[in-house]
Ligand binder design. Structure first.
Ligand code: PGA
Length: 270
């Protein structure tokens, strides 16, 4: 084998994001959960980025608990306008002012509540314009034998990146989250096989390459989400070759979440 062929593929610093969704029930519980996670990762030098997306109402309190940003803060959703008569919505500058560095956009649970591809595209554009990272969720409802799910994912990706300039893509992350794999909240649903996750990563990279050019694609992380837990993280990361995870249910159990981070950390360094 030539030297060129044996050269190890450069991987991104992996990213593990905990999406707490509408949990826990109080600020007291949120602080306790956050501190348990923060304490355990503060003890080591990590080669993995860790972020938590708590309910927005907890963000400013949690920011104070992680002044060094060892645990980064993410928002679960955003509205693209800057200010104005939009009852119930939150803007990027509000999130920035409480230490948020990335924003989940187009989560399937938001799409189910009515967010359209157009809303998602506007949010992605606004997030990147504000110099924050956009974690764009895509994924099919079902896997059909004819492979129509590839078209579903392609449409979602193309629509989310419409009009984006190449200069911003290093702040773009795509999270492949097949809806059928998202757990009911315990992190123990059906999960994609590592091979499926890998195939979808390559497919998404191809879409991005056709749009932005080959070189640019290496700057974009592709995460996997959907029932990731301490049991399946190793295979999904090592075989699936994804750049990290978006974790729902298991991120509410500190031991589980930390075990996922440790797995990623182990494989990122091999
Ligand atoms: P889950 O959720 O890990 O509980 O399946 C993932 C997500 O919805 O982001």
């Amino acid at each position: 084998m030539s030297k060129k062929q044996t050269k190890k593929l450069k991987r991104h610093t992996p990213l593990v994001v905990g999406n707490w969704k509408m949990n826990p029930e109080s600020i007291g519980e949120a602080k306790k959960l956050f501190l348990e996670i923060r304490k355990s990762i503060s003890r080591k030098t990590l080669q993995t980025y860790v972020a938590i997306a708590p309910p927005a109402v907890f963000l400013s309190e949690l920011e104070r608990l992680s002044p060094s940003q060892r645990v980064k803060l993410a928002a679960q959703d955003v509205f693209h306008e800057k200010t104005g008569p939009y009852t119930g919505e939150m803007s990027l500058s509000m999130f920035k002012s409480v230490g948020v560095s990335s924003v989940i956009v187009g989560h399937s649970e938001r799409r189910a509540l009515g967010d359209t591809d157009e809303d998602i595209q506007k949010s992605v554009e606004a997030v990147l314009k504000a110099n924050l990272t956009a974690i764009v969720c895509v994924g099919e409802k079902i896997r059909d034998a004819q492979g129509h799910y590839f078209t579903v994912v392609e449409t979602q990706v193309l629509s989310a990146i419409k009009g984006l300039s190449k200069s911003k893509v290093s702040q773009l992350i795509i999270a492949y989250e097949p809806i059928w794999a998202i757990s009911k909240g315990d992190g123990k649903g059906k999960t994609a096989t590592p091979e499926d996750a890998h195939e979808m990563k390559l497919f998404i990279q191809k879409i991005l390459a056709d749009f932005f050019g080959r070189k640019t694609v290496d700057k974009i992380r592709i995460l996997y989400g959907g029932s990731v837990n301490s049991q399946n993280a190793e295979e999904l990361f090592a075989v699936g070759q994804v750049d990290g995870f978006l974790v729902g249910g298991a991120s509410l159990k500190p031991k589980e979440f930390i075990s996922i981070i440790n797995t990623v950390e182990t494989y990122a360094n091999t």
